[in-house]
Design a protein around this ligand. Structure first.
Ligand code: GLP
Length: 256
């Protein structure tokens, strides 16, 4: 794993956006895996800026989002579809029909999950998956105890996740306790993975995921098994890493 530690969230976003732009510039039909939450917001702002400056073209790019709340009304300001449209898609030249977010507004959710997997395969798989990290070590909405063999499915949300995200939901939506999430095996099939963690609240999950044992108790530890993962961390998120000095030396080598 490449473990890159930067001074602040701004620099992390700069590097994440650079990786994404580089990928798209070397393959116009890149298939992106995208994340929601507070973590990727700055990265999306950088992508929008790069697009406006003419340095990246999304016209042939397609995307798959990691997850969506179950029971969020279509068009709700808190749906992940709305989040993606507002924070990225409507500001760049990606074709909306080439962007996929799991559709939770269906009475056939299991079928939807199966179709999502098929759709990813039909597109040739995800080239670059962007991930955030839950304070409990989740990726997507794969909460602790998620199997490393899991596929896109309906999942229950952990109480810590509900608490972390409660300020992002309206009063009516506070009853939401399930979601559709890409599975861990789905994520691990991506050709490349970039995971961002920012702030002190993520430090414990970061150390368990990078330096802890492979364990369903920390879903992000599964990334140790992937051959092309980059962790992008700010100082606070990396503060508990016991081998931080070694990672920084390795980072210097990568910059040479
Ligand atoms: C959310 C999402 C994840 C996200 C993570 C961290 O609930 N399902 O995809 O990466 O939890 O969220 P945040 O970036 O807001 O800290």
């Amino acid at each position: 794993m490449k473990i890159m530690i930067y001074d602040n969230a701004e620099q992390v976003a700069e590097h994440a956006a650079n990786i994404i732009c580089r990928t798209i510039n070397s393959k116009a039909k890149t298939v992106l895996g995208l994340a929601t939450g507070r973590t990727p917001l700055k990265t999306y702002q950088k992508l929008i800026k790069s697009h406006k400056q003419g340095s990246v073209d999304f016209s042939q790019v397609s995307s798959f989002n990691l997850d969506e709340y179950l029971g969020v009304k279509p068009g709700s300001n808190n749906s992940y579809r709305f989040f993606m449209n507002e924070n990225l898609f409507k500001h760049i030249n990606i074709k909306l029909e080439n962007t996929a977010v799991p559709c939770s507004d269906s009475d056939k959710v299991n079928q939807t999950c199966h179709q999502y997997e098929q759709q990813i395969k039909q597109c040739g798989g995800i080239d670059l998956q962007l991930l955030g990290l839950g304070t409990n070590g989740h990726i997507g909405f794969n909460e602790p105890s998620s199997s490393f063999a899991s596929r896109t499915r309906v999942v229950a949300l952990a109480s810590s996740t509900l608490l972390d995200n409660s300020d992002l939901l309206t009063d009516q939506e506070q009853t939401i306790d399930k979601a559709i999430s890409m599975g861990i095996a789905t994520i691990l099939e991506s050709k490349e993975i970039v995971i961002i963690a920012l702030g002190e609240a993520k430090a414990q999950a970061v150390v368990l995921a990078i330096e802890g044992a492979l364990s369903a108790s920390c879903p992000a530890s599964c990334l140790q098994m992937h051959g092309n993962v980059t962790w992008l961390l700010d100082q606070e998120a990396s503060s508990l890493l016991t081998q931080k000095h070694y990672y920084q030396l390795s980072q210097q080598l990568l910059a040479c």
